[in-house]
Design a protein. Structure first.
Length: 246
């Protein structure tokens, strides 16, 4: 069913354009997917001038702006660095939510991913690893949105994707709004494992997911990868949840 939707829905979007899922005021075009051109124009995408934590990519307040500043909240995170396309709101959040339901990445979202990768030229990666879904959620959704994002990143970096390296052992509940970091950490504790330690040892890994919220999920994945000998783990997500605007 998802295959036919992948083929048919882009055609229908031209014949019967839908209302923008971000503003509900304008019609979408094929390039923007489920988001109109105006909302994409206003998307809060990160640039070299955006003040972000050099480790986790969190948007920093004015007083902390510096090329070497960190937010301090990520000091105990085990990944080496995380970065994203932009803020989880408007065009980006609407596109991410749509991607969870239909495995189609619009041209504008692909452009945002390419720009984010190009804007971070220091990324070292031997292999790209998407955060895996549980068997239950994979059965319900029929695809893993993180794999779709990883495929675009792979094209940008010319680095292979390995969807079998990291395993999700248990089905974990979706993180609810208002959960603190410790509560989120507990839901993913021992949730992940490595299929083959030799495939991880001494590798620089680029871990890919759709949204970085608290960082609990990507940190749990990173911990397992590092425990099995990964040299470094860099995290890339389409969106970064933040408390305020920059």
């Amino acid at each position: 069913m998802s295959y036919w939707r992948t083929v048919i829905d882009p055609i229908l979007s031209v014949i019967l354009p839908e209302q923008c899922r971000a503003c509900a005021a304008r019609e979408c075009d094929l390039a923007g997917g489920v988001v109109c051109a105006d909302c994409w124009q206003n998307a809060q995408l990160f640039t070299k001038e955006t003040p972000v934590c050099r480790k986790c990519g969190a948007v920093l307040i004015t007083a902390l702006r510096s090329d070497s500043a960190t937010c301090k909240a990520c000091d105990k995170m085990v990944f080496d660095r995380a970065f994203a396309c932009g803020v989880y709101e408007g065009a980006i959040s609407s596109s991410v939510l749509a991607l969870k339901k239909q495995p189609v990445i619009s041209r504008r979202l692909k452009d945002a991913i390419r720009d984010a990768i190009a804007g971070n030229p220091g990324v070292e990666a031997d292999v790209i690893v998407p955060v895996p879904l549980s068997k239950k959620r994979m059965f319900e959704r029929e695809f893993n949105q993180a794999e779709k994002i990883a495929d675009v990143v792979s094209q940008c970096l010319d680095v292979p994707v390995d969807t079998s390296l990291l395993k999700r052992n248990i089905h974990t509940p979706l993180h609810r709004a208002g959960m603190d970091l410790r509560a989120r950490e507990l839901t993913v504790e021992k949730a992940f494992s490595v299929a083959d330690a030799e495939s991880v040892r001494h590798k620089n890994i680029l871990l890919v997911d759709d949204v970085f919220t608290s960082g609990a999920t990507v940190n749990a994945c990173s911990a397992v990868l590092k425990k099995n000998g990964a040299s470094s783990v860099t995290v890339f997500t389409v969106a970064r949840a933040v408390q305020g605007r920059f």
